[in-house]
Design a protein around this ligand. Structure first.
Ligand SMILES: Nc1ncnc2c1ncn2[C@@H]1O[C@H](COP(=O)(O)OP(=O)(O)OP(=O)(O)O)[C@@H](O)[C@H]1O
Length: 273
């Protein structure tokens, strides 16, 4: 089944739509939360060598799906240097997940621009955004989004397959990523046989496949004890230092604070001065 899923995904990426809701967000087109989304088929421009990895310029986001409009993000301006670890901290409901989804192109802002690696994501078509995401981003979702019918190893391997890595190379890299998050002995079990914290570590391993330029992680330590939380944070920071990945983390876990190069505090959808 893994082979079938992988082939189907790789052949159709970035237009892959899995039946499972678990893998779909990895490659999905952005949700239209608010204003019309740019649909012009602008090609992804070559990634510039800008020292700024993520630039958010005057981002607003208003949810209009049900009832009264609700402004979840207000005038967000933020520049994140390449190779740094940026934390977004704030209480429940502050807008952290919404902000991460905007950065990843999974939600379109009502106003403002998102620039990733020198590319204006906001102006790309949905297909080009999905392609950019597949090429440059690793995402750890708040609810992990693991495929229930695949083992831990297969979940990580599938992400490699989608990036075009197959066979023994994919298996070796998947194993080494599971080793890195301390799950070598749980590689062959299904998500339902893993604790929440173990599932979270599989999600982290999966986000790191192919050494992404940008790693976006939503509460990556929320289900972890302090030893495993530290292990995950040290791994993310090492990637930032050694391979120049830029790491953006939303968290309300105070233990994560010490790992951030910079911290932005979000409250009521606004970055606090
Ligand atoms: N699809 C939606 N439609 C309407 N309102 C939404 C939608 N998604 C989120 N919100 C609202 O936007 C606000 C920000 O939500 P968000 O999930 O981004 O906060 P958060 O800081 O990540 O919270 P938590 O720490 O609890 O995950 C909340 O008030 C939430 O209810």
């Amino acid at each position: 089944m893994l082979l079938r899923l992988a082939k189907s995904a790789a052949e159709s990426a970035p237009f892959f739509r899995a039946d499972s809701t678990a893998i779909a967000p990895l490659l999905a087109a952005p949700q239209v939360a608010t204003s019309p989304v740019a649909t012009s088929p602008v090609a992804t421009s070559p990634v510039a060598t800008s020292p700024v990895a993520i630039a958010l310029r005057d981002i607003d986001l208003v949810f209009r799906s049900e009832g009264e409009p609700f402004q979840a993000l207000r005038h967000i301006n933020l520049e994140i240097p390449r190779g740094s670890v940026q934390l977004i901290m704030g209480p429940a409901g502050a807008g952290k997940t919404t902000l991460l989804q905007v950065v990843a192109g999974l939600l379109s802002p009502t106003a403002g621009q998102v620039e990733l690696l020198g590319t204006n994501l906001t102006q790309l078509s949905r297909a080009a955004q999905a392609h950019f995401r597949n090429r440059h981003l690793g995402i750890v979702f708040q609810d992990y989004n693991l495929l229930r019918s695949l083992t831990a190893l297969e979940n990580v391997e599938l992400a490699l397959n989608i990036k075009g890595v197959f066979g023994p190379s994919a298996r070796t890299e998947a194993r080494s990523l599971l080793d890195a998050v301390g799950l070598e002995s749980r590689a062959n079990v299904l998500p339902r046989q893993l604790s929440g914290g173990q599932q979270q570590r599989v999600a982290v391993a999966r986000a790191l496949v192919g050494r992404p330029d940008l790693i976006i992680a939503d509460e990556p330590t929320s289900a972890l004890d302090s030893a495993n939380g530290r292990k995950v944070m040290e791994l993310l920071c090492r990637l930032a230092r050694e391979q120049g990945s830029t790491v953006l983390i939303a968290t309300h876990d105070p233990r994560v604070r010490e790992f951030g190069d910079a911290i932005a505090h979000l409250e009521d959808g606004q970055i606090q001065a």
